[in-house]
Design a protein around this ligand. Structure first.
Ligand SMILES: [Zn+2]
Length: 433
């Protein structure tokens, strides 16, 4: 039974409809869900004393490739093309099912320790990666990856579709914290229009959502114009992909018409400022997307382009980008925090279950230890979250009411053993260095 009480919380950042920040608050969790906030009297459950903590919803990473943690620092000083060339060579050498699972175990552990409780993860071998992440305790959204060429997993297109047909059953059997069904065609530049149409049919048949890279770079847009005489978003519309809820990884270079098409279709963006800055891909106009009502969450992208899974630095960079593209007065801290939580939940189809601290929602919660000097004094709680707090301040994490980080220690992972297994596997990359 996942019943407990968070008592005396110094602050609770609810991210509810009014964006309430509570002080000296009590939260009751029963059967993994939030059953009461500030009740007259709390039931006699196990107590987490949060008198020196801020409680917030777990952060939601809306675009990542967790297994690529194994390639952290592998492709430096390159743009997206150079990056892909170097990364694909390394992946070809090591990324079988077992190694994909190993990298995902690392990524899931890193995510949870830093206060991220949900990830939208696109990677090869999703059955293995999903199982690994669920064992670590993460709310892990995975799905079959579909692209035209055989790729590292050696699957031909028909085998990818056949696996996609089996995915709902595999996904159900693996279990873990609830996640929606997703299919993940990599991008418009790796999937023909005919194949995208097949993916749309598959997703509609199974009531699934779609996640893929969209307009990450201007080069991608130019290639799309040359090949299809349309933007990537227009290709997605015309192939029926946008008939199902779709989450764009990046969405940096969306035209006004693309934005309009996307809003009407109920599509959303996983904005990845760290990766976009590092690869020089451009600056997505977060403020414009939010002003117009294009649902936008935040993401890290994979660790070979952003080097870590730190959603705190992502929040900070997202805010800095708004200041740079517009003005400091346009940086709305509420919007930044919402992008990292409830808007991320909307972007992945989970806003009825997670993303805010409200009665009836699942208890995906993080506790931030406020004792550090860099969090002192507290004049503005949201400014603390966006500009001062970091991974090292996350002390405890719950997913669906289950404690997965206890006093900065992962509950389900032997970290020393994990590091040893990674060191052993990384020997296979020596010859490629
Ligand atoms: Zn990506």
């Amino acid at each position: 039974m996942n019943n407990f009480v968070i008592k005396n919380a110094k602050y609770v950042v609810t991210v509810d409809g009014q964006n309430k920040v509570l002080s000296d608050a009590t939260i009751v969790i029963e059967d993994g869900k939030i059953s009461a906030i500030n009740p007259p009297s709390a039931p006699n459950y196990e107590v987490f004393d949060a008198s020196n903590h801020l409680i917030a919803p777990g952060l939601i990473n809306t675009h990542t490739h967790l297994a690529m943690t194994l390639l952290r620092g592998w492709a430096e000083g390159v743009n997206l093309d150079g990056f892909l060339e170097r990364v694909w060579a390394a992946e070809g050498a090591i990324m079988d099912g077992e190694t994909s699972a190993l990298g995902t175990e690392l990524g899931a552990g890193e995510a949870l320790l830093s206060g991220t409780t949900t990830t939208l993860d696109m990677y090869l071998n999703p059955a293995q990666t999903h199982k690994a992440a669920v064992q670590v305790g993460l709310r892990h959204i995975a799905g079959p990856i579909l692209f035209d060429f055989p790729g590292l997993d050696g699957l031909e297109w028909q085998e990818r579709i056949a696996f996609g047909e089996k995915w709902p059953v595999i996904h159900q059997e693996i279990g873990g914290p609830f996640t929606p069904l997703f299919y993940m065609p990599h991008s418009v530049y790796t999937d023909s229009e005919e194949h995208l149409t097949e993916v749309a049919t598959l997703a509609k048949k199974h009531g699934a959502r779609v996640h893929l890279h969209v307009s990450e770079t201007l080069a991608e847009n130019n290639q799309s114009q040359a090949m299809h005489k349309r933007t990537p978003t227009e290709v997605l519309r015309d192939t029926g992909i946008l008939d199902v809820p779709t989450t764009y990884g990046h969405g940096v270079h969306l035209s006004d018409s693309d934005i309009d098409i996307s809003i009407k279709a109920g599509a959303s963006v996983g904005h990845c400022p760290g990766s976009n800055l590092k690869l020089g891909s451009g600056i997505a106009d977060l403020k414009k997307y939010q002003d117009l009502g294009l649902v936008t969450g935040l993401g890290t992208d994979g660790c070979s382009s952003s080097n870590d899974l730190d959603m705190w630095s992502v929040m900070r960079m997202a805010a800095h980008m708004v200041a740079l593209k517009h003005s400091p007065a346009d940086v709305d801290l509420v919007r930044i925090v919402r992008a990292a939580t409830i808007d991320g939940a909307k972007a992945v189809g989970l806003s009825d279950r997670i993303g805010s601290i409200e009665i009836g929602k699942e208890a995906d919660l993080i506790a931030i230890d406020l004792s550090a000097l860099h969090l002192t004094p507290i004049h503005n709680v949201l400014a603390l979250l966006v500009f001062a707090a970091g991974r090292s301040d996350v002390s405890d994490v719950w997913v669906a009411g289950k404690r997965v980080v206890n006093s900065k220690v992962l509950v389900n992972v032997d970290v020393k053993d994990l590091k040893n297994r990674i060191d052993e596997r990384m020997k296979a990359l020596e010859d490629l260095k």
